[in-house]
Write a protein that binds this ligand. Structure first.
Ligand SMILES: NC(=O)c1ccc[n+]([C@@H]2O[C@H](COP(=O)([O-])OP(=O)(O)OC[C@H]3O[C@@H](n4cnc5c(N)ncnc54)[C@H](O)[C@@H]3O)[C@@H](O)[C@H]2O)c1
Ligand SMILES: [Zn+2]
Length: 367
């Protein structure tokens, strides 16, 4: 079978390590940048400022706080600022929302941009796409995709470790999802002939293996503020390697059942709004494994889920049993997600519903 994929590898320059920020002036100079708009969050900027204020020496920098959402209005506001102020480079400093926003502002203005993530929470700093929200924080239901890459992704472990652990744990769940969501698709023999799909599979395997081996140690080190080799490895798979999975694998390696059910429960069960994206995806991984009948893999993951307090079921999120109408709405939405149908198995509302019910039964009798 001839499989053609869109390959978008990632930022043109990547560095994560002590002193990495010192590379930024070189890159700005390569782009001939003189006037830089540096967009940041509130807490993220308090933490990152000591690492970046040296840039003031050689560049005219305007610091601009974003409104906390990656929304069309906020992106247009910033794009206007870039144009009116004649800025020739944009730097984004902050969490996933800020990174998404700066990718979009880069696209609107056609200016080069780079990101300095302050959280290891997901692959937003790496992936050339932005998940859009309304100004009030509700999901817009749209994702913007780009072919142009960020000029750099640069950050330092001492900055990333100084953040709330819950984002890191959510990032761990979102990152192992890369493997579980693509495994059944990419293990099919017809994809072996495609080098880039095999690179996607290898990247997904690294995500899973690094977290299985070093995840718990990395979390312990983060709690103690110890920048260990394990912390560096795990944070790097979250905002770096995880982005390569979709980068190499395109539609075959991203967002199948775990993300589809995440979207559906987020849409229909207001009670799950208190959970972070990665926490809901954690439940989604178990849902996907239930759909695939991989109960043994669920058993293998349970100790890690329990150690990290990740939700294994809707019951644990306080959302089960569901009313028949809720159940129907959820499976209807999951069934509409095209990538779920790339799984080499029969997918219809009936099997999608059965997996929800079977997982609750399994987890609830497991204890
Ligand atoms: N583009 C992609 O591929 C992709 C992938 C996954 C998720 N996303 C998006 O990423 C966003 C979630 O990202 P997130 O989890 O990083 O959340 P976030 O960007 O909303 O940040 C969470 C909070 O952490 C704060 N923060 C940032 N750095 C900090 C630090 N060092 N110390 C303390 N607090 C800090 C922020 O101010 C914010 O209040 C969502 O919008 C999601 O849709 C995008
Ligand atoms: Zn995700």
């Amino acid at each position: 079978m001839d499989t053609v994929v869109n390959v978008k590898v990632g930022p043109q320059f990547y560095k994560y390590g002590q002193g990495a920020m010192e590379m930024i002036p070189d890159i700005l100079n390569e782009y001939g940048a003189k006037r830089v708009l540096l967009v940041h969050g509130t807490i993220s900027w308090e933490k990152a400022r000591p690492y970046l204020e040296f840039l003031d020496k050689d560049f005219a920098i305007q610091y601009e706080k974003y409104n906390g959402e990656c929304s069309y209005n906020e992106a247009n506001r910033l794009a206007k600022l870039v144009e009116d102020g004649n800025f020739d480079f944009i730097v984004g400093v902050g969490g996933g929302k800020l990174c998404d926003l700066v990718y979009y502002v880069g696209s609107l203005t056609k200016k080069p941009f780079g990101v300095v993530p302050t959280l290891a929470s997901n692959c937003a700093p790496w992936a050339p796409l932005s998940v859009m929200y309304k100004d009030n924080g509700l999901a817009e239901g749209k994702t913007e995709h780009y072919k142009r890459q960020a000029a750099f992704l640069i950050t330092e472990p001492t900055l990333v470790i100084d953040a709330p652990i819950k984002f890191f744990i959510a990032g761990i769940a979102d990152t192992i999802a890369k493997w579980y969501e693509s495994d059944m698709i990419l293990e099919q023999p017809q994809f072996e002939a495609n080098n880039f799909l095999m690179l996607a599979r290898h990247s997904a395997r690294i995500c899973k293996d690094v977290i299985a081996e070093d995840g718990l140690k990395a979390i312990e080190d983060m709690r103690n503020g110890t920048v260990s080799a394990e912390f560096i490895k795990v944070s790097e798979v979250i905002f770096g390697v995880a982005g390569l999975v979709g980068g190499f694998g395109d539609k075959y390696a991203r967002n199948t059942a775990a993300h589809a059910i995440h979207d559906a429960i987020s849409a229909y069960l207001p009670g799950v709004h208190n959970y972070l994206h990665g926490e809901k995806v954690a439940y989604g991984i178990f849902y996907q494994l239930a759909l695939e009948g991989k109960w043994q893999v669920i058993d293998e993951l349970i100790p890690m889920y329990e150690a990290l307090s990740l939700p294994k079921s809707l019951t644990e999120m306080g959302e089960y049993p569901l009313a028949e109408e809720e159940l129907n709405n959820i499976v209807e939405l999951v069934n509409k997600k095209q990538k779920v149908h790339l799984l080499p198995m029969t997918i219809n509302e009936e099997v999608l519903k059965k997996a929800i019910i079977d997982l609750e039964k399994y987890i609830n009798t497991e204890v």
